[in-house]
Design a protein around this ligand. Sequence first.
Ligand code: AMP
Ligand code: TRP
Length: 336
Amino acid sequence: MSKKRVLSGIQTTGNLHLGNYLGAIRNWVDIQQDYDNYFFFADLHAITVPHDPKVLAENTFKLAAVYLACGIDLECSTIFVQSHVSAHSELTWLFNCITPLNWLERMIQFKEKAVKQGENVGVGLLDYPVLMAADILLYDADVVPVGEDQKQHLELTRDIAARVNDKFGKKKQPVLKVPEPMIRKEGARVMSLTDGTKKMSKSDPSELSRIDLLDPPEAIKRKIKKCKTDPVKGLVFDDPERPECHNLLSLYQILGNKTKEEVAVECQDMGWGQFKPLLTETAIAALEPIQNKYNELMSDRNYLDKVLRDGAEKASITANQTLTRVKDSLGFLPPL
Ligand code: AMP
Ligand code: TRP
């Protein structure tokens, strides 16, 4: 039996933080051997908010190095740049014409991001989930591992697939495969270091709110030293009154590869003064090998270029097959 297919991606905006790593990439790395994987760099998504053309390409390149440094294995995974496979844009247009506008207006991420943009909301921001549906459905993905925040977009993807199948498929021959989300509980929502009720996010104006994957040890130390805590001694999980405490213990648990029970026992009588240096040490040790590998990869541009070239070539073959299938089902005149 052939392996099931996994697909996922991350936007090429700025540096990745612990939320991206623990909520997304680490999970991909953990499961990749059991699947046929496609992981990509969502640069078309990156321009749905105003962007700087001077850093777009470099950000894409850096993200590729991050994926590999985190342990994406090219034996079982194909990595590629979204804009290198033109089928993504083309299928988005086809989906645009069959997606009801009110499905998009309901999207929580759109509403949140639109508020931040004020007057300057591009059509692309509203259309973002349709592009995401195209990303996924082009590869007949079975499983899409993402963080909790992407769940609604996954549901929309399933709705679009079902609608295409319903309107244009034959009973026994659906046009598109309906994918399943895969959301791991652990690490699915890493919270801000300055407010345990808010998600750790690339767009938070305060750098102190997040630990970036490429932060040097000094920065990690400073951020953990300054992070928000509470005046209670004895550290516990799952106390709704102590969101920061839960978040920091969870980080310690995941980064240190411990079980929740181990950490609960270890920290039950601790104060913050004792816990913070432990967390700092654990975070630095967990990120060090990734950072070393990243620096090595970034110094070999030719290697990364080749990986991305091969990835785009392979991805295009699969994507174009699906695109042709959709166009056929919609009734287009095939190229003559
Ligand atoms: P983004 O940074 O929004 O492009 O997200 C890339 C991936 O990281 C997605 O799978 C998100 O669900 C995941 N992600 C982003 N922020 C967090 C967070 N604070 N906690 C867990 N996962 C996250
Ligand atoms: N929207 C996703 C995010 O912000 C990134 C993304 C784009 C994605 N296309 C995708 C994730 C397809 C999974 C599958 O995290």
